[in-house]
Design a protein around this ligand. Structure first.
Ligand code: NAD
Length: 298
């Protein structure tokens, strides 16, 4: 039987530890860790993600500060807000909820974020340190995937790993983290020729293409590990029901693999948990506490 890599369960276990790590130090720090979330516009999915982050923060004892801006604000006003939060001593972490409306220069805004508070790990300084394999804030979805693999003692070193997708958010940082951990990594994307053949060689196959049910069993080697990053909400033909699915046609793939991540309940919860980890890590550094979360930061 294949092993389910249960991200929900692992994230709850990690949250228990995070809660204790905060409680143990509140007497000396006099304030909890603080996370600022900047949301611009009315994208409904972003609304759900921000709510989830807010709830997760309150579960472990992080104070969240939500800044919901209208899409009529100007780029320089958002930059000013980021600059203010950069020096706010109650804020340990900050993120810009993506996507933001197209009129904004997203990369420029991210580059304004103080790298020490960049809990999404997307600022070029943190990406640069990842390239150099130096400690820094790591992006949440890739770091969550690494922790999920490690939690079941799935070896990365020496494995043939194929990553589908080369985005700045997932595919690229994930590939670098796996490379730093001595995996033999192949990055594929929408222009890759013979995707099926390349995927079939993978010991660990990670799908982050954003295409529902792209990967069926014909892409997968017998006994491989399959990680599904995609999240899609599909509506039934009569529009009466919706269902979440990933990039992987799971029912077809599960009988063939050693281990898999479910959707929902796999990578998603780990992404949120890593955001909490990064925020608390930054708070521990701020107050020169012992750094208890290094093991979770690849
Ligand atoms: P993106 O659109 O920025 O990037 C998709 C990548 O996949 C691109 O590099 C593209 O070249 C590649 N691609 C597209 N079609 C392909 C194909 N047919 N064959 C091979 N490669 C192909 O998306 P993203 O931000 O990287 O997110 C990918 C998916 O992961 C989305 O479904 C997103 O919702 C999901 N996601 C989930 C989480 C989570 O926490 N579970 C976090 C981030 C993103």
């Amino acid at each position: 039987m294949s092993l389910k890599l249960d991200g929900k369960k692992l994230s709850l276990e990690i949250e228990e530890k995070l809660k204790k790590d905060i409680e143990a130090n509140l007497n000396s720090t006099k304030r909890p860790p603080g996370l600022a979330v900047i949301r611009i516009g009315e994208d409904p999915a972003s609304g759900v993600y921000v709510k989830n982050k807010e709830r997760a923060c309150s579960r472990v004892g992080i104070k969240s500060f939500i800044f919901h801006l209208k899409d009529t604000v100007e780029q320089n006003e958002v930059e000013q807000l980021i600059n203010k939060l950069n020096v706010d001593s109650d804020i340990d972490g900050m993120l810009l909820q993506l996507p933001i409306p197209e009129k904004f220069d997203e990369q420029k805004l991210i580059s304004f974020i103080n790298p020490e508070k960049d809990v999404d790990g997307l600022n070029e300084q943190n990406i640069g340190k990842l390239v150099k394999n130096e400690p820094a804030m790591r992006s949440c979805t890739p770091a969550g995937i690494i922790n999920l693999l490690r939690s079941q003692n799935i070896t990365i070193e020496g494995k043939k790993i194929v990553v589908i997708g080369r985005s700045l958010l997932v595919g690229k940082p994930l590939s670098l983290m796996l490379l730093n951990l001595n995996g033999t990594v192949t990055i594929t994307h929408s222009k890759t020729i013979n995707l099926n053949k390349i995927c079939k060689e993978a010991d660990i196959l990670i799908a982050a293409a954003g295409k529902p049910n792209l990967i069926d069993s014909s892409f997968v080697k017998e006994g491989a590990v399959i990680i599904d990053v995609g999240i899609h909400r599909l509506t039934s033909s009569d529009m009466s029901k919706t269902k979440l699915c990933g990039d992987v046609l799971l029912e077809d793939v599960i009988p063939k693999v050693f281990a898999y991540t479910p959707v929902p309940g796999g990578v998603g919860p780990m992404t949120v948990t890593m955001l909490l980890v990064n925020t608390i890590f930054s708070w521990q550094k701020q107050f020169v506490l012992s750094l208890t979360l290094n093991d979770l930061l690849p």
